[in-house]
Write a protein that binds this ligand. Sequence first.
Ligand SMILES: Cc1ncc(COP(=O)(O)O)c(C=O)c1O
Length: 438
Amino acid sequence: MAKITTVSKSKSWVDRDSKVISPSYTRSYPAVIVRGKGVKVWDADGKEYLDFSAGIAVTSTGHCHPQVVRAIQKQTGELIHMSGTDFYYPSQIVLAEKLSGLFPGKEKAKVFFGNSGAEANEAGMKLARFKTRRPRFISFMGSFHGRTFGALSLTNSRAVQRNGFGPLLPQVSHIHYANCYRCPFNLKHPSCDLACANYLEDELFRTTVPAEEVAAIVVEAIQGEGGYVVPPVEWLGRIHKIAKKYGILLMVDEVQSGMGRTGKMFAVEHFRVTPDIITAAKGIASGMPLGVMLAPKSLMTWPSGAHASTFGGNPVSCEAALATIKLLEESLMKNAETQGRYLMTQLKKLQQEYEFIGDVRGLGLMAGMEFITDRQTKKRAAKLRDFVVNECYKAGLLILGCGPNSLRFCPALTVTSEEIDQGLDILRQVLKKAAKKQ
Ligand SMILES: Cc1ncc(COP(=O)(O)O)c(C=O)c1O
């Protein structure tokens, strides 16, 4: 974490925090945020920042979008909680109707409501086991699906997240994600014929994991915490084809990539795949806690009492989600596509200027930049990435890392090209400084 150099209100909050809040959180720098509007936030000392983190890809409509705020305020005056586990209320039903229609493919979905991405994934894992009566799961190296025991058993992005918490769920196998910049098989796409997907049948099922015991393959449409890695367009389809052959369900985690961020409601739509289960959270309600698990009606058949959540899909979060989805459909998803294209063009220019930027990649407003020490070895430049994150913070740009050595750009979907330029001006200054340090 960057050193705080001035005695400030922010410093005093950080001191108080350190005395009472679990030290297990991963804070990159001491930003104490008290107010937000659109793509801007202000800290406890009144300093303004451009926020290219959106609270980790959550505030999809920008901080405190007036329509979302109005929806929340109206609902809090009428009904804050009733619990969908035992009672009915309109906002949950209306949101489920909306989400049901957004599920890709021909069949409409049913919806399970939780409060977070991890809970949505737990629900999906339980449904997969219940429907297949099979014990095993397959997940991917570098993946992040949450920190509860089931989700953590799938998660494979940083050892510290697992260290000391075992035993986790048994019979979860991890295979390589499709990362063409760092092909684990040392091949080139497309001549590789998707060796990383074929590995399932060629190696895993043949030698170690009986396919008939696998309930689900759980995969991020775009790998988020692992480094904003975009797989080749036909990769997910190949995985799905193999899964179908063995009666394995395909569960796609859209917690970070979903809700319009990539220019489509769900990133799987870019890959023309209709999964059996989709999970979403983060950007779905612009910052109110909500996680959903969607599955076709014919799949989500489990008995009353099988799974539920007291707070899941509370009326306030549901109204925030309805307002959010309306904004996404009216204009923000389109804006994510347009601004995402602009952002990518600018990032590619920076890549040409600096040898230490090995790769830039992304879809819509989910863009990553990978730092390396040289272009031949592609050795990861983790310290350089951390330097860039911290210097950007000091210069007024909030940005987060992902993977061991990448930066992620995930601003609100309201971002304008002027705001992207402002952010990249700061980044450019920081990169200049980084280059001098080399
Ligand atoms: C792809 C993905 N799945 C699941 C999660 C877990 O979500 P939550 O922190 O809301 O439990 C995250 C969080 O970063 C995520 O990026």
